[in-house]
Design a protein around this ligand. Structure first.
Ligand code: 13P
Length: 256
């Protein structure tokens, strides 16, 4: 069975003290409650990675970055490299989030380079793909997702690909309160898995975790996660509230 993942993407939220409180709320919960077959990942702003990494050091919680630059080091003011993340024991990095594609004009070409930088430094990418509302309404959603995979990930070898986590995040569902229906999520996740099987074979496809993201919350997580091809979630807004995030962690029927 694939180990599931519930990952919190805090985006650009929380002061230092708030971040400290939230990290410890989650770490403390997992110290007192055993959650099985589920990895819990917290992706705070880069400024708080050290705080989160220290707090989580002896816990089941893994820490992820929200971004990385593709080069190893050098004159790239403001950027953070994969070797730096590795030196802080950061396990995951979100790459290809639609907000970075939109506001920071990140292309699939750059994203492919970021993926390589992470893999070279033992950091597992959580690679985001997903269509806009216009693309879905035009019936192009499968093609959009296929192109994103082809252009940013399918240059990887099968061995490299085994370290990739996919997050299907329909752009129209992010931060809108409009979540994909359970059937829409399952349909797309199964399609993504079929593309992985076509490219890398059924073993790799079966092992790859495909997370759902987009207005996933404490009330709808259980239904979304009940689908056979939904291996957890990449949670935005609801990951900022400790109680809600913990409810989502508990949403798999066999989690405890
Ligand atoms: P929301 O859960 O706030 O819709 O955000 C999802 C997301 O973008 C996670 O990366």
């Amino acid at each position: 069975m694939r180990n599931r993942i519930v990952a919190g993407n805090w985006k650009m939220n929380k002061t230092f003290e708030e971040a400290e409180g939230l990290v410890f709320e989650i770490v403390d919960f997992l110290e007192e409650n055993e959650i099985i077959n589920t990895e819990v990942v917290i992706c705070p702003p880069a400024l708080y990675l050290e705080l989160a990494s220290d707090a989580a050091v002896e816990s089941q919680v893994e820490i992820g970055a929200q971004n990385v630059y593709a080069r190893e080091s050098g004159a790239y003011t403001g950027e953070i490299s994969a070797p730096m993340l590795q030196s802080m024991e950061i396990a995951y990095c979100i790459i290809g989030h639609s907000e970075r594609r939109k506001y920071f004009k990140e292309s699939n070409e750059l994203l492919a380079e970021k993926v390589i930088a992470c893999l070279n430094n033992d950091i597992r990418p959580i690679f985001c793909i997903g269509e806009t509302l216009d693309e879905r309404e035009a019936g192009n959603h499968f093609k959009v997702v296929e192109d994103q995979l082809n252009e940013a990930l399918f240059n990887l070898s099968s061995g490299e690909f085994q370290n990739i986590v996919i997050a299907y995040e329909p752009v129209w569902a992010i931060g809108t309160g409009v979540t994909a229906t359970s059937a829409q999520a399952q349909e797309m996740h199964a399609y993504i898995r079929s593309l992985l099987a076509g490219k890398y074979g059924s073993d790799v496809a079966d092992q790859t975790r495909i997370l759902y993201g987009g207005s996933c919350n404490a009330l709808n997580a259980a239904e979304l996660f009940s689908n056979p091809d939904v291996d957890g979630g990449l949670i935005g807004g609801a990951s900022l509230i400790g109680h809600d995030f913990i409810e989502i962690i508990k949403s798999f029927p066999d989690a405890s």
